[in-house]
Design a protein around this ligand. Sequence first.
Ligand code: NAP
Length: 292
Amino acid sequence: MKIDGKTKVFAVFGQSTAHSMSPIIHNASFRNLGINCIFIGLSSPSDKLDIAFAGMQTLGIKGAAIILPYKVEAMKYCTDVDLMAKQIGAINTICFKDDERIIGYNTDAQGAAKAILNVSSIKDKNILMLGAGGAAKAIGFQMGVEKAKSLTIANKTFEKAFELSDQISDIFEHRIKTFATGISKEELTQTLFNTDILINTTSIGMNSNETIITADMLRQDMVVFDIVYTPYKTRLIQDAEKVGAKIVHGADMLIYQAMEQERIWLRVKPSFEVMKQYLMKQLNSDIRIKSV
Ligand code: NAP
């Protein structure tokens, strides 16, 4: 990779970016495309966001991938927000334009849909989504776009599930039936009875062996999608494999949403295979380091 005075700089931006996989996959893609770009990690405390955004713009950063916990707050620093991101109420992508505009987008929604559509249609399906945080806002919205039959949102803080299910129902003028529930075993078992696609958008299972849905609650005719991608096979995915359910990996969503980011920033066509190869190399080496 050639780095010189003309190198375009992109960044993942959040409170802490040291463990983000975005630099791995974007730099692999830039190298593969043979373009003079580099992708780095930048972090800022929450009370310095105004300075951080002004700094990125002033120093000529071309684009940023926004991560936890700034996906909602970052909208304040955009001069324009794409309509879909506005409806979702969160952004994960920023484009710093030469004319000083800062445009916000959300690529999580499409990334998730693409990953699911590889194994199943979404139209007319009953969806159970665990979680009501930033990623859930995007994925829940996309379930409406893809014309799912129903969407049940299960969250630890019930009020957030209720609020999000109301918001999605309003956006799609009640064309998708939405429900809110808690995450007790009884509540989840009852909903799972009728679920075609289960999506975990909580951080449960991230770098741990935890799950709130166990193998005995899953069926072979379900699709199980865990957006958590560290480890590659979370406990939920391992349990889904045991019962023979169709599986969607969080790593695939990460790559599809990153491909969309590069299309927005640079109008290029990145390779899924190249990004996946480098992501898997990193995830596997993380496992090796942990087991030493
Ligand atoms: P977030 O906004 O902080 O939301 C976290 C969600 O997890 C909330 O619904 C929260 O419930 C729930 N939760 C957290 N700890 C819990 C626990 N112990 N028990 C039950 N529920 C719990 O985070 P996010 O941005 O949506 O990200 C969530 C996860 O998705 C992260 O692991 C992130 O790395 C991953 N992610 C993956 C991709 C991808 O491309 N694959 C994209 C985005 C995010 P409460 O509301 O009740 O607190």
